[in-house]
Design a protein around this ligand. Structure first.
Ligand SMILES: Cc1cc2nc3c(=O)[nH]c(=O)nc-3n(C[C@H](O)[C@H](O)[C@H](O)COP(=O)(O)OP(=O)(O)OC[C@H]3O[C@@H](n4cnc5c(N)ncnc54)[C@H](O)[C@@H]3O)c2cc1C
Length: 380
């Protein structure tokens, strides 16, 4: 169990919420963890179980069916999910998409989607990346051209989390291609609209239970009322949501690293070699001491970042630094934890193997480590 006894970012209500999250995961996630990996996706009953218990989109206001809580509650779910060893895309819905719809959506859009996102009946995705543009989002080529009262969308997206399951996708498209970033808009596209097709569920190194897909748009007609917020303001919206997105990834990275450490401690205290436990070797103790130090400092930093974010003060540069440090640390900690397992660590039946392969992508998605350094350096 994730030890939260020395955390300072949470109060008693968060602690009670954490108990609920654990109970739901014990019932609806842990027994299905391996099946979800094999099936390359979590299933809808899992989403509905999370929704029923209030785990989805906790920050959404009560008038839209949510609990109107602070982001600390999202963080609780993020931590428990990552500690459980799951890469389910529920955090993308709660931490990223819900925020876009609540903040920039019209009253109609909020009323239409948020209540069912909270229950898990509507699963969402956000489609920015394209085969030709990832880090350099200004280079996207998907267009949404006006035709009467409609947009006609053409283009393709790739690596989209929840791509197979999504009922609603926020598509980043150029409404005024000549204006570059200033001609970018966010357009809502629902499942089943003619011309909107999903490609295959992509075969990834890790995060097998998070479905990740290509999406294709061929002459997809949607009403202009599907524009989220103001036309041509999409890039500004994307930039302003970065702190929360990056903090969410940092939190999950750290909780996964903690799980790998805890797994390693349990393993080395049990495993024997040369007449003693592996824990008894000084190398093991020093390695674990080093990892424990990084984890302790990391939790303190995350609590600081979380409190700052809840107060609305976390800057993009600070959140980028958090993502950079915590995901790089995750890679180091989990690799060392796997090494302490010896050959067992390379076997998929051990949790540390899954944590290791799932960790690799956190230095890439949500902005690569190199882009994080770019962003941080701009604040110097
Ligand atoms: C599992 C997974 C899930 C994802 N989920 C989503 C999703 O839900 N929605 C979505 O829109 N996208 C998603 N992505 C896409 C992800 O955000 C991009 O892959 C990421 O931003 C990097 O873009 P890219 O793959 O095009 O790499 P590129 O931009 O081509 O980068 C290639 C290399 O060049 C480096 N590089 C690029 N620019 C610079 C620079 N200025 N300075 C130094 N180095 C640079 C990069 O750091 C990297 O090392 C997902 C990706 C994965 C793997």
């Amino acid at each position: 169990m994730l030890d939260t006894s020395s955390r300072v970012a949470f109060d008693e209500d968060h602690a009670m919420f954490r108990e609920t999250v654990r109970k739901v995961f014990d019932r609806a996630l842990l027994p299905n963890l391996d099946r979800f990996e094999v099936e390359s996706s979590v299933d809808r009953p899992f989403w509905l179980a999370c929704g029923e218990a209030g785990l989805l989109c906790p920050t959404v206001k009560e008038e839209y069916g949510g609990l109107g809580l602070d982001f600390g509650y999202n963080a609780v779910v993020d931590e428990e999910l990552a500690y459980a060893g799951s890469s389910a895309g529920i955090t993308l819905q709660s931490d990223i998409v819900a925020e876009y719809i609540e903040r920039y959506g019209s009253k109609e859009q909020r009323e239409k989607y948020l209540p069912r996102m909270v229950t898990g009946e509507v699963i969402t995705a956000i489609a920015m990346t394209e085969p030709g543009a990832g880090s350099d989002l200004q280079g996207i080529r998907t267009t949404a051209k006006r035709d009467g009262n409609h947009y006609v969308i053409n283009g393709s997206k790739t690596y989209i989390t929840n791509g197979q399951l999504a009922d609603l996708v926020i598509v980043v498209a150029k409404t005024e291609p000549d204006l570059g970033a200033k001609g970018t808009s966010l357009i809502l596209v629902e499942r089943g609209v003619e011309g909107f097709e999903r490609g295959r569920n992509l075969d990834k190194i890790g995060q097998h239970s998070a479905d990740t897909s290509e999406l294709f748009f061929q002459d997809v007609r949607v009403p202009m009322t599907n524009c989220l917020g103001e036309e041509n303001k999409g890039f500004i919206y994307l930039m302003s949501q970065l702190p929360q997105e990056r903090l969410s990834i940092a939190i999950q990275a750290h909780a996964a690293a903690q799980r790998a450490f805890d797994e390693a401690v349990a393993f080395v205290k049990d495993r024997r070699a040369f007449g003693k436990t592996v824990f008894d070797f000084q190398n093991t103790k020093f390695t674990l001491a080093d990892l424990k130090t990084q984890l302790q400092i990391g939790w303190a930093h995350l609590d600081w970042a979380l409190q700052r974010h809840v107060q609305g003060k976390l800057t993009t540069a600070e959140a980028s630094a958090a993502k950079l440090w915590h995901t790089e640390m995750q890679g180091r900690v989990i690799d060392a934890a796997l090494q302490l397992h010896g050959g067992a660590g390379y076997m998929n039946e051990y949790m540390v193997a899954r944590l290791w392969r799932d960790a690799r992508v956190t230095r890439i998605f949500g902005g690569t480590s190199e882009i994080m350094k770019e962003v941080v350096s701009r604040s110097i």
